[in-house]
Structures are given as C-alpha cells and as structure tokens.
Design a binder for this molecule. Structure first.
Ligand code: ATP
Ligand code: MG
Length: 277
C-alpha cells in the first residue's frame, strides 16, 4: 500500500520546511506513517529551536537584515553609492516606466489613492534620481537602493506581496563590454549571497523588452543592458547596466529553503523559524 502524509501533516511539514523528498515520502501502513511524522516533526522542531537560539544569542538579527547589510557594505566597497527613495510612488512615474493599465504588472500594483501606489519596483525612482545625478557628478554613476517593494503576486513558494528588492545601476562607464560588466556585478551579489551555482539566461520583460535573468534554480534577479527605449523620457543618454534582485529569493537559494514566506517580513516566523513550535 502507498500511504502518503495526510493534508494536515503535509501542511505542518511545509511550515517546518521539511525537505521536499521527505514531504512526498510514502509508507506501507498508517502506523508507520504516523510514527515517521512524529519523529520528523520532533527532529525539525529541535533543529528550529536550535536555530532560534543561535539567532537570538549570536547573530541577533534575521538573515534578511544581515544580507541587506552585507550587500550594502560590499556594493559601497565596489564604488556604488546608496540611495533611499520613497516607498509611495506617483502614478505618473509608473506611466513613465510604460506601466499602464494594459500591462500585467499594473494589475499587481497596490493603490493607496487614485494617483499613488506602493512601489512595485525601484527602477522609476532610480531612473529619476540618476537623471539628476548625471548633471552633478562625474561618470560613471554607480547607484543602488535596497528596500521594500509590493506586488499582488500569485501566492506560492516564490512570491511575496511585500519583498525586498536590490536594484543596482552603473551608467556611463568607459568600459565597452557591458555584458561582462553585468556578469561582474551579478557575481558580486551572488558571492555575497553565497550562491555559487547560477546562470545568466536571456529573457523578456514587458517593461524593458530584452533582459538577462540570473537564475539559480529559480529567478533571483533580472538584468538589463542599456541604452533602452525608456531612457529618453528620463534624460538618460549613456550606456548602462542594471540588475534587480529579490533578497528573499537570494536567501531561499543560498540557504536551500523551500518556502519564501519564512524569509520575508513576518509575524509567524522569526529568522525563518515558525514560531508555533
Ligand atoms: P517572477 O517572474 O519570478 O514573478 P519578475 O520577473 O516579475 O519575477 P522582476 O520584475 O524581474 O520580477 O523583479 C526583480 C526580482 O525581484 C526578481 O528576479 C525576484 O528575485 C524579485 N521579485 C519579484 N517579484 C517578487 C515577489 N512577488 N516576491 C519576491 N520576490 C520577487
Ligand atoms: Mg524578472
């Protein structure tokens, strides 16, 4: 007989982020299954408590905050300047990114009033700011922001309604080989996230057209090699490269977690550990 874990047991194993092959295991009797469930649950709870204590006593902050600091330090060391832009975004700036009601991304936007929303991406603000910086500072302009973004994304193991984006842009570099530049910038971030195994794969975005995704089992970032059709609206004339990464996805892959919910901003979890243990 092939007996699988019950729906409730599976839910619990998912919460405790049991390895997928374990969640799908089958048994020859209910007794055998229930005994395996009890043992596994106890083991995972022990590991979770150990992890919680380690975070509480030693690291003293969740992985999301730690990665944000690590990336900030490493990017500043690599010549980038950090910026902090508003989380509330005007509808006009979205339209300037060509995100209009016909676009799928438009339907994912959280509106807080008729003409204001929670930013679904950092790009419009960076486009705007860098358009100012080119008149103030010498090129190349290297800028990044790390902060919350919001999308009504289909629920699932890879999407959160609120997530943390890192967007970095280098504009006006004398370096001709922008593909190589994109690879180098991706490597800085992937190294900080402790992910060795990843690939750059050509992809398509409704906003930018051609993109290059950074894929490590799942998409962790999307890169663009400019100039781009959008640039003229923001007064950009120089070649550039930029990449947007999701920090929660980087942590998921870096630590081998199955479920993104445990990494994002949460009340049910602390540093990826379910609190009802
Ligand atoms: P996907 O196709 O996986 O939904 P996307 O291509 O729409 O992602 P981008 O606009 O390229 O996402 O955003 C850059 C990065 O931000 C993504 O590569 C991903 O790491 C992260 N990201 C985007 N949407 C979400 C989300 N809802 N939850 C968590 N991370 C996200
Ligand atoms: Mg993408």
């Amino acid at each position: 007989m092939n007996i699988n874990f019950s729906r409730v047991q599976k839910q619990r194993l998912r919460e405790l982020d049991a390895p997928l092959n374990l969640q799908e295991k089958s048994f020859s009797s209910i007794q055998e299954r229930d005994a395996a469930f009890r043992n596994t649950e106890q083991l995972l709870i022990r590991q979770s408590k150990q992890h919680l204590l380690e975070t509480w006593n030693i690291h003293r902050r969740p992985a999301l905050c730690a990665l944000e600091s690590k990336l900030t330090n490493v990017l500043i060391k690599n010549g980038f300047v950090q910026v902090a832009t508003p989380i509330i975004l005007a509808k006009g700036l979205l339209a300037k990114m060509s995100i209009t009601p016909e676009q799928p991304l438009f339907k994912q936007v959280f509106w807080i009033s008729e003409d204001k929303c929670l930013r679904p991406m950092l790009a419009p603000n960076l486009y705007y700011l860098i358009g100012k910086f080119v008149h103030l500072f010498e090129k190349p302009i290297r800028v990044f922001e790390i902060g919350p973004c919001f999308r009504k994304d289909s629920k699932g193991g890879h999407h959160l309604n609120e997530f943390t984006m890192l967007n970095l842009v280098e504009l006006g570099s004398p370096d001709e080989n922008r593909r190589q530049k994109l690879e180098d910038l991706a490597a800085i971030v992937m190294d900080a996230a402790e992910i060795q195994d990843y690939r750059l794969i050509p992809a398509h975005s409704d906003v930018y057209g051609k993109t290059i995704d950074i894929v490590a089992g799942l998409e962790v970032g999307s890169g663009v090699i400019g100039p781009n059709a959008l640039d003229a609206k923001w007064g950009w004339v120089d070649p550039w490269v930029g990449i947007g990464f999701g920090l929660e996805r980087l942590i998921m892959v870096g630590k081998g977690y199955q479920n993104i919910q445990r990494i994002g901003r949460a009340l049910m979890y602390f540093d990826s550990v379910r609190l009802n243990i």
